[in-house]
Design a protein around this ligand. Structure first.
Ligand SMILES: CC(C)(COP(=O)(O)OP(=O)(O)OC[C@H]1O[C@@H](n2cnc3c(N)ncnc32)[C@H](O)[C@@H]1OP(=O)(O)O)[C@@H](O)C(=O)NCCC(=O)NCCS
Length: 150
């Protein structure tokens, strides 16, 4: 059984293994990730397997009172994909966002990331803009997507 729980700095080592494997040169730095985990605006969750190992994470950023939320990151370890974990993490982030009074959700996704876009569309996200060269060093454009929380 997979469980979801709030992420803490104690999870950083395991998170960074997944982060570096999944995003390679475009991974966040450890310091950057730590700052997000410690931020008052950060709401990060990890998915853990039966042994307590981290197998995925999602990061939600909400500035209280703004009514807006951002999915900052979402990743599932390669070996744990295709069984609903990404969907579960995003759903949990949306639930947390709703608790925080969020009405509009935003995220950025690589234009060539069809798998993630498919997941996001199933949650009602639609493309509202493009950010040229947002991902570096690959110089890949991002779609900005937006969803209204139900
Ligand atoms: C995107 C990601 C988080 C999805 O995680 P996952 O646990 O494999 O996804 P799920 O099993 O919950 O599937 C959710 C949806 O993703 C899409 N999806 C998943 N695998 C797919 C595949 N191989 N091909 C096409 N779509 C796929 C589908 O829309 C799926 O919904 P469905 O099961 O109703 O068809 C995972 O692929 C990942 O970590 N990718 C690398 C990091 C990344 O791209 N993060 C997003 C950055 S914006």
């Amino acid at each position: 059984m997979t469980a979801l729980r709030p992420a803490s700095s104690a999870d950083l080592d395991e998170i960074m293994v997944i982060e570096n494997t999944v995003f390679g040169l475009e991974a966040w730095s450890r310091q950057g990730f730590q700052a997000e985990l410690e931020s008052d605006f950060g709401n990060y969750l990890v998915a853990v397997d039966d042994d307590g190992a981290v197998i995925g994470y999602v990061g939600l950023r909400v500035v209280p009172g703004s009514g807006d939320g951002d999915i900052q990151t979402l990743a599932v370890a390669q070996t744990a994909r295709g069984r609903g974990l990404g969907r579960g993490l995003l759903e949990a982030a949306h639930e947390r966002a709703a608790e925080l009074g969020v009405r509009q959700m935003f995220l950025d996704v690589r234009v060539d990331n069809a798998v993630a876009q498919s997941l996001y569309r199933s949650f009602g996200y639609e493309v509202v803009g493009t950010r040229p060269g947002y991902y570096q060093p690959s110089n890949t454009d991002a779609y900005t997507m937006k969803a209204t929380l139900r």
